[in-house]
Structures are given as C-alpha cells and as structure tokens.
Design a protein around this ligand. Structure first.
Ligand SMILES: Nc1ncnc2c1ncn2[C@@H]1O[C@H](COP(=O)(O)OP(=O)(O)O)[C@@H](O)[C@H]1O
Ligand SMILES: [Mg+2]
Length: 258
C-alpha cells in the first residue's frame, strides 16, 4: 500500500495565501473526491502537489510513502508515481500522442528496462479500443486540435498507460457530453484497485454518479472543512454549500479594497 499525506499545507500565489492549512491522506485502493465552490483553492491544491512553480508552498508538507514530495522536481514527482490531469491540457508541438506516451512510460522505468515497442503498441491498441478512441488519435500531435472531449479521453488514456500510483484529476468531467463522461468514468473505474489511489476534483456531483468515491471532502476558503462518504456528495447536490457554512460558522470572505 502507498500513502500520500498532505499536512497543514499553506500555498501562496504572488504572495497571496490561497491554501490555508490543508490536511488530507489518500491511500492506494481509495478514490477521494474534493468538491467546493469556485475559487476555494481546489486547482491550487492540484498544482501544488505537482510542483507548478507559480504555487509557493509557504508551510506544511506533502509526503509520498514518507518521501518529501516538495523536495522533488516535477519530473521526479511523476517518476515517483504522481499523475496530474491538467485542467487545461497544453499542446506539445511536434510530439505525437504515441511518442509522448511511450516516453512518459519509460520515464518511470529504469534505464535498460524500457517497454518494448511491440508491447507498447499492443497495450496502446487495447486501451484505445477500451476507451472507444479513434485509432488515428495515436499519431496525432499531442493535444493539437483535440476537442475538449478528446483531450479528456486522452488524459484517461495517459492514466491507463502510465499507471501512476496516485492520480490527481482536476475537473476531468468539465465540458464532457454524457457518452464521453461514461468512457472517462469507465477508465477510472478500471484503474481502481490496490496499486492506485485517486483524488478527483469536481464541482458537480454528476461525475460521482459514475464513480462512487470512498471519501468526499469539501473545500472552502483554502481548507478542507468537512469530510464524509459518498452520501456527502449527494447532499451537496440537493442542498448546495450554504448549510456547511452555517453548520461550521464559516463567514463569507470579504474582498479587501486595494
Ligand atoms: N495563477 C494564478 N494567479 C493568480 N491567482 C490565482 C492563480 N490561480 C489561482 N488563483 C486564485 O486563487 C484562488 C483559488 O483558485 P483555484 O485554486 O483555481 O480555485 P478552484 O479550483 O477551487 O476554483 C482564486 O482566488 C484564484 O483567483
Ligand atoms: Mg479549479
């Protein structure tokens, strides 16, 4: 079993504190969902875990099986088994999707132990068929001209091929039609198991109709303020977030005048 432990994490952007003490423990074989209103720091948490340079960790820690993630470079984090599906995936000019995948897989392997081309192609074909993807997507340049739905499907292809220990999926469901949502969910459910843990960030309960999370957390004003099981997401769908504010005595933030 692997464990990702986030302790009292504080993160600032351009000197402004966004995360104000996040605590979260995710084990493999668990799917966690983080929900919360807009602008509460959910994407900031994802970016900080992956080591985006703009997000300054001012205090707290992130540990993967006792290793200090904050000390790792971005590529070392990926090598250690972390995977972030970008909220807005970017293009990499001149690199085909298949090439990108193969080098991402090999980056997690030792030198001399690279995946054979035959094995890679076999696995790629199988996974693309499972995700109902067009064969020619493999030879297209990464994300270039991909529709929103194709990008998301492609992120799940990356997930299934790279097989990370922990995936952080930020709004993987946004902008998906129902068929794409079903395929994306099918992929995540397929990954579920002993060697895999997942943190899904979503603002809608809709995704959670297809992927039942083991744990649901509500983030507000830069903190995880409430945690529960799948039933918590159901309640948020019907009742919104106000009741949590009342229950916990959370005041609305007042924007400071400049
Ligand atoms: N790159 C950035 N530069 C400046 N401010 C940012 C940046 N990213 C996020 N923020 C600010 O941080 C806060 C939290 O944003 P975010 O983490 O994206 O929230 P969420 O994902 O919960 O909607 C917001 O007030 C947002 O404006
Ligand atoms: Mg966000």
């Amino acid at each position: 079993m692997s464990t990702l432990v986030i302790t009292d994490l504080h993160v600032a952007i351009d000197g402004k504190e966004i995360l104000k003490g996040v605590n979260l423990t995710i084990n493999t074989n668990e799917i966690h969902a983080i929900m919360g209103p807009n602008g509460t720091g959910k994407s900031t948490l994802a970016s900080a875990i992956m080591g985006h340079p703009k997000y300054e960790v001012t205090s707290g820690s992130i540990e993967l099986d006792g290793e200090d993630v904050l000390e790792m470079e971005v590529d070392e984090r990926a090598k250690a088994g972390l995977f972030l599906a970008m909220q807005y995936p970017s293009e990499i000019a001149g690199v085909t999707n298949a090439d990108f995948l193969r080098s991402a897989i090999n980056a997690r392997r030792e030198e001399g132990d690279e995946i054979s081309l035959m094995k890679f192609i076999r696995e790629l074909d199988k996974t693309m068929a499972f995700l109902e993807m067009d064969e020619d997507m493999a030879q297209r340049y990464l994300n270039e001209g991909f529709s929103g739905g194709e990008k998301k499907r492609n992120e799940i292809l990356q997930l299934m091929m790279i097989k990370p220990t922990f995936a952080i999926l930020d709004e993987i469901d946004s902008g998906l039609d129902i068929d794409a949502l079903k395929v994306v969910s099918k992929g995540i459910n397929e990954m579920r198991g002993e060697g895999f843990g997942c943190l899904m960030i979503t603002h809608y309960q809709r995704l959670l109709n297809y992927i039942t999370p083991d744990h649901v957390h509500v983030m507000m004003q830069g903190k995880v303020v409430k945690s529960g099981g799948a039933e918590l997401a159901q309640r948020l769908e019907t009742d919104g977030y106000e009741w949590i504010k009342e229950e916990l005595g959370i005041e609305d933030e007042v924007e400071q005048e400049a």
